[in-house]
Design a protein around this ligand. Structure first.
Ligand SMILES: Nc1nc2c(ncn2[C@@H]2O[C@H](COP(=O)(O)OP(=O)(O)O)[C@@H](O)[C@H]2O)c(=O)[nH]1
Ligand SMILES: [Mg+2]
Length: 472
């Protein structure tokens, strides 16, 4: 555990700019004396003091509410003093400077939450959930962050840790008695608990994965020939006219990104220049950037003008030819497999084809299933199918119970713990020495402990808290 600084920290906690109320926070042993200096009285804990906020020479810097919390009953677990004044940056700066002159220092980003963590007011996932809540880009993301903040994720992890400990106790006891040639370990009981633990871990992983999807979203790139209707689809998906649509091929030359949310799932829809050989220097640069965006995309919607490609002739061969004609295969930048795995074919302009296909289809490309969707970006027909398909591709299932906001590090630790439990089960089946089993379970417990911050390196803590806002 890193040591806890016992100096007093201070930060403006509200964003810069004008607002109704502006808040300055103080945490640490000097909080009470700072409060006394500024309010002119000994603050009563948890009492809203309406007061002048005075400067060093008794001048009034602002007027508002002063709140004092006596440790350990505060957010950080230390003495905390909060000034709620007016949301003006000069006012707040003068209050902050006054507090600094009374012996506090400026807080680092996330230092209040870090102290809350170090003083055991919250665990590490809860601290992370605070930052994730503030960064949430949808209602669903907010809900899952709140669930984590309120301890649901931590409780589920703790339950599994308890089960792991109970099983370890059984096994360690058996190891101690192994000389006496009596079987004190009930194999079926251990087998059952291990299966049970694995099931729990799978369930938590599912909830955490949904949370991670909600947090990270997905980059979806619209690609295709000029005039296929990429910009029109961007506008149809986002519901606003952000991209310029004209009948002139080569209209879009920049990479244009529009954030949208589908049922709470955040997506960045990226419109690109149509892929063709062009002699125009600006368009050539646009095509270069489009290819870069395609390389980095989570999902690629390949838009094809129905008039230029009869839909009933779509086969694996067509798909490859299409990709080749766009210059997407042939260069070694990304393997065709990685490209196909991320690609969906969108046949556009169904409104122009008499009795044209509608709905959703798929073709098999050497074992990779490519979805084909028929749409009209102009009339909106089939656009809902594109939305549903993207949700599905993101692995998004809003129906899942217990969605926790989660980070990549949680997913990695959960997976590692599950692997170790699987290895323990294998060792059990293979009748390996019990010590091996015990070691697997010890390491699994350590992985889970790293999630909640029980076993976490100082470096990782520094990394986590440094991404927080100042004042949180
Ligand atoms: N009839 C019809 N025209 C479309 C459709 N989608 C796009 N267009 C037209 O095709 C032209 C090119 O569209 P645009 O979105 O700029 O294509 P981009 O070059 O791929 O971005 C414009 O004149 C659009 O109005 C569609 O579904 N039906
Ligand atoms: Mg365009």
């Amino acid at each position: 555990m890193p040591h806890i600084d016992n100096d007093t920290i201070c930060a403006i906690a509200t964003p810069p700019g004008r607002s109704g109320v502006g808040i300055v926070r103080v945490s640490g042993p000097l909080a009470a004396s700072i409060a006394k200096n500024i309010l002119g009285l000994d603050p009563t804990p948890r009492y809203a003091h309406y007061s002048d906020f005075t400067g060093a020479d008794g001048e009034v810097l602002d007027q508002g509410i002063g709140l004092f919390f006596r440790q350990p009953e505060s957010f950080t677990g230390e003495d905390v003093f909060e000034l709620q004044g007016h949301g003006n940056s000069h006012v707040l700066a003068s209050l902050r400077d006054r507090i600094l002159s009374l012996g506090a220092r400026l807080a680092r980003p996330g230092e209040f939450s870090e102290r809350a963590f170090l003083n055991n007011k919250i665990d590490l996932v809860q601290a992370e959930a605070i930052a994730d809540l503030i960064d949430s880009s949808s209602q669903q993301a907010v809900r899952s962050a709140l669930r984590t903040l309120r301890g649901h994720f931590s409780r589920q992890i703790s339950l599994v840790i308890e089960k792991l400990i109970a099983t370890r106790v059984d096994i360690e006891a058996a190891i101690d008695f192994s000389d006496e040639d009596i079987s004190v370990i009930s194999n079926t009981r251990v087998e059952q608990s291990l299966a049970d633990i694995l099931e729990d871990l799978d369930k938590i992983f599912e909830g955490a994965q949904q949370g991670a999807i909600l947090k990270q979203g997905m980059n979806v790139v619209l690609a295709g020939k000029p005039n296929a209707g990429k910009s029109s689809l961007l506008n149809a998906l986002s519901g606003i006219d952000s991209a310029i649509v004209t009948p002139v091929p080569g209209t879009t030359r920049d990479v244009l990104t529009e954030p949208i949310t589908l049922d709470g799932l955040p997506l960045n829809i990226v419109d690109t220049a149509g892929l063709r050989d062009s002699s125009h220097i600006v368009e050539r640069e646009g095509v270069k950037r489009a290819k870069l965006a395609i390389d980095q995309a989570d999902q690629i919607l390949l838009i094809v003008d129905q008039l230029t490609h009869a839909q009933d002739t779509v086969s694996a061969d067509t798909v490859e030819k299409l990709l080749a004609s766009l210059g997407l295969i042939g260069d070694a930048s990304a393997g065709i497999g990685s490209l196909l795995n991320r690609t969906t074919l969108v046949f556009n302009k169904t409104d122009l084809v008499k009795d044209g296909k509608t709905g959703l289809d798929s073709v098999d490309c050497g074992g990779i299933k490519i979805t084909v969707i028929n749409i009209s970006a102009k009339t909106g027909s089939g656009v809902e199918l594109v939305r549903e398909h993207l949700k599905c591709r993101a692995g998004y299932n809003p129906g899942t119970e217990d969605v926790f906001v989660a980070r990549q590090r949680h997913l990695i630790a959960l997976e590692a713990a599950a692997e170790l439990v699987k290895s323990a089960i294998q060792n059990m089946d293979a009748k390996s020495p019990l010590e091996l089993l015990a070691e697997d379970l010890r390491l699994a417990q350590k992985e889970l402990g790293a999630i909640t911050g029980e076993f976490t390196s100082d470096d990782l803590l520094g990394e986590i808290f440094s991404t927080f806002c100042v004042g949180k």
